[in-house]
Ligand binder design. Sequence first.
Ligand code: NDP
Length: 264
Amino acid sequence: MLRLAVLGYPVTHSLSPAMHRFALERLGLRGSYEALETPLGALAERLSVVRWGYRGVNLTLPLKEAALSLLDWVSPEAQGIGAVNTVLAVEGRLFGFNTDAPGFLEALKAGGIPLEGPALVLGAGGAGRAVAWALKGAGVEVWVWNRTPGRAEALAEELGLKAVPLERAKVARLLVNATSVGLKDPSATPLPPDLLPEEGAAIDLVYRPLWTRFLREAQARGLVVQTGLPMLAWQGALAFRIWTGLLPDPRGMEEAARQALEEG
Ligand code: NDP
């Protein structure tokens, strides 16, 4: 019996249970995937239960950074990004990974979006760090912008990137919204439309709503666009592979997430 879960706070509306239950069923595995409300202060205690009681868990806000110091081993990738989104439990030992970064790159590849720079990452929070790290590792020139400039500057210095003003968006080839702007607010965008480039691609990590103002305006400008769902599905599929050794179909997981999103 494969016992899996996602930990976060709040986590009730997470799409992960729908995606992973689809994967379990499609692969014919007997198991469960729960959503466990876990405030930051309860993480250590929850992980002590995971240690012996679960095959693994996903971590989401606000736990991804705090988990680093509570695990027995953390992958170099997760160390570099400073965040863990996947935990594997083996004989009472906890191993931490980050599948957001490779998930982002796999989603680009699956969507036929070329890895062309300069790429401008909007946001230097957890998601922005993972995306910047992934793009830099893939050899792309990465620029980063953040509302609080000090955070962008710190990230740029740490990863050897450039912190830039928002106006540089006009000459970027790949734009990634890794801020939470647009989340649950269809009228908000991190980038005024007059700063969109003439060509290239735009990806929004926000998937609630699926079609954000940022993506709609980028599409109207003629850019190739991708919603946050392919990355969500890929990071989930890669986590599932860490737990089971089997890679589920990310397209099917994406469809399961889309259905759960539509059902609210
Ligand atoms: P964090 O809380 O770590 O970071 C939030 C980021 O948004 C910061 O850069 C913050 O800037 C910025 N921000 C917040 N409000 C504003 C605003 N009004 N104007 C400009 N910038 C703002 O969150 P995460 O990095 O974990 O997540 C960011 C988004 O990415 C979320 O919507 C999340 O759902 C999504 N996500 C999607 C994934 C996927 O698979 N599709 C995976 C992971 C995340 P500042 O530093 O100035 O506060």
